[in-house]
Design a binder for this molecule. Sequence first.
Ligand code: PLP
Length: 414
Amino acid sequence: MSATTGDLPFPKNYASELLTFERGAGIYVEDTDGTQYLDLGAGIAVNALGYGRLDLAEIAHDQMQKLIHVSNLYTTRPALDLGRALIASTPSTQGKRFAAVHFGNSGAEANESALKYARLYAAATRGPEHHRFLTFSNGFHGRTMGSLSVTANAKYRTKFEPLVPGVEVAAFNDPEALESVLDESFAGVIVEVVQGEGGLRVMTREFARALNELTAKYDVMLIGDEIQTGLARTGFLYGAEAVGLEPDIVSLSKPLAGGLPLSATLIPAKVNDILHVGDHGSTFGGGPVTTAVARRVWDIVSDLEFLAQVRLTAEHLEQGLARLVERFDFITGTRGLGMLRGLEVATPEDQTAEIMSRILAVARENGLLILKSGGNIIRIAPPLVITADEIDRGLGLLEVTLSHIAQEFKGVLA
Ligand code: PLP
């Protein structure tokens, strides 16, 4: 069943027709009519462990019976346990370590925190005039005013300007552009390893090296936005590991608490050392229920065997997608990394939006949920627990969908 415009109590910034879901199990989610959908989008890269996780539900249930909220004036055992596990981890091979974690409730909030910490550090060490931020073309960092300020795409930001001043945009994956713009007047550089919303371009190793060297040279905080790429999505615990990025600060969210709202901003000792009580905070961030569930998620996704399995399944996914590129002339290539993958759709520019929304709609009619990235990329971000057989089933539905689209847009598509 889908709810339509008249019935929806939501603002018009959401679609006018929404499927109404009731329950899920594994990689399937079921609507109120009992129709099942194979989900290759995982609730926009959130449901990494799949639907119907009774283990997570039980942890939440037990914790809710004990304690739901205490505020940041106090703490709880689940928050301490998760915090300690997170700061003991690192994507760095060069000895960079985290010293503390700030818990929030969403990806945008995690990035807000990262930006604020970077500013505090720059102001404390070099003076408040060193406050600028550098971000990259096609990057996406959230929709709050601060995170939107470092989101380059005009589509998201123009209507809300003026935004936070002092933000520069440089070309993604262009070390020379980076070198020509970065200096010590910046407080932070924020970047994704794979541009999840902006077209699934993957950071090159060369660009990662330039980011590492230049931010170190000017003591500018390198902020890795791992909200979509973190927690095993790329086949590595941190996407940064896949390309050799050495972030000082990392933002995590989406899959962190198995679908409950939680984010984590990981900061190094040198930032933590200049903070004062009251510099930052959050009422709900890091409550005992979300952190108890997240601890279980963390134990699963940080397991080396789990990560190896994700890399194997991701290879299978990549091979399946490559076959679709061979099969359809209007599918011109693959993008992405690990279990965050995409297919490029070649369309006449004035019909891109229409064709992409038809692809998603026809997929839905075929019982398949997929996502979009950038203007013309089909995004696949399945639950990480998906099997090779389930991937084949999902890609089979995608093939049927693309055949339908080829017919529907005959003469328009290659
Ligand atoms: N950063 C990245 C890389 C994201 O993909 C997203 C969401 O898609 C965000 C930030 C914002 O997260 P949220 O929607 O939880 O605020």
